[in-house]
Write a protein that binds this ligand. Structure first.
Ligand code: IPE
Ligand code: IPE
Ligand code: MG
Length: 238
């Protein structure tokens, strides 16, 4: 349970890393880690919903992940279809709205269909919004935004930080307050490059399939102890 109800983040983004190593540590195939990663996704969604978080963005598949072996990609896409199909009732019960960011048209057709169905069914839910980043990368998103601006004949005078934001996949979504990366790496790996300009960063020493509801609660508590300054003068400490 969250004790301090004052500083609840509005948007949490998670780089869900460490599935392969989790499986390898147990002498199992990497895909076993991805299968178990689905439970951790459920944990994160439930904990975020209960904490009153409005947006949870989950990095599920990066543009660069297309460079993995075909069997692993196929298994990941299959898992995605299965998980979304199995979880839609759960999303409805918990008032969760599903959305996506990324190059969705590059996903296999059955994935696109399953995602579209789940998004349509959950579109009027008013609790937590879960945003799956699929075939997503920050650089792809920024280049894509520039292409759209050129196509729309946007003039130099019309380009501002605020107008640019509207060409990103995340338009209408506030920037993440927290960015969490599991999996013992401390890097961004091309996630939400524009949006995390002032996010608070967390690198818990947890492989993604081990991520629990309590882990999210603990990270939110850590967030609440941080002082965000956005470039302004901080509290005087002398
Ligand atoms: C994260 O786990 C899931 C995806 C990138 C799809 P990894 O598969 O990257 O696991 P590690 O980092 O190799 O342990
Ligand atoms: C980041 O993890 C992408 C996702 C979690 C979807 P990676 O495992 O692909 O990142 P790197 O290769 O370690 O930077
Ligand atoms: Mg990894």
């Amino acid at each position: 349970m969250i004790n301090n109800l004052n500083k609840i983040p509005e948007h949490i983004a998670i780089i869900m890393d460490g599935n392969g190593r989790w499986a390898e540590e147990q002498g199992k195939e990497r895909i076993f880690g991805h299968q178990n990663g689905v439970n951790a996704v459920r944990n994160a969604m439930e904990a975020a919903g209960e904490a009153g978080i409005k947006f949870l963005t989950l990095y599920a598949f990066s543009t660069e992940n297309w460079n993995r072996p075909k069997e692993e990609i196929d298994a990941l896409m299959g898992l995605l279809v299965k998980a979304i199909h199995a979880e839609t009732d759960n999303l409805m019960q918990n008032n969760v709205r599903l959305q996506t960011i990324g190059n969705i048209t590059s996903l296999p057709e059955d994935c696109q269909k399953e995602l579209q169905t789940a998004m349509d069914i959950t579109k009027d839910n008013t609790g937590l919004t879960v945003i799956l980043a699929l075939s997503y990368s920050g650089r792809w998103e920024i280049v894509n935004a520039i292409k759209m601006m050129v196509q729309n004949n946007v003039t130099v005078d019309d380009i501002t930080e605020n107008s640019f934001k509207n060409y990103l996949n995340t338009k209408n979504i506030p920037d993440p307050d927290m960015l969490i990366r599991t999996g013992r790496e401390q890097r961004i790996s091309n996630f939400l490059l524009w949006q995390i300009a002032y996010s608070e960063l967390f690198f818990p020493d947890i492989l993604w399939p081990d991520f629990t509801k309590q882990d999210l609660v603990d990270l939110i508590a850590q967030y609440q102890t941080r002082q965000r300054r956005f470039g302004k003068t901080g509290k005087q400490i002398y």
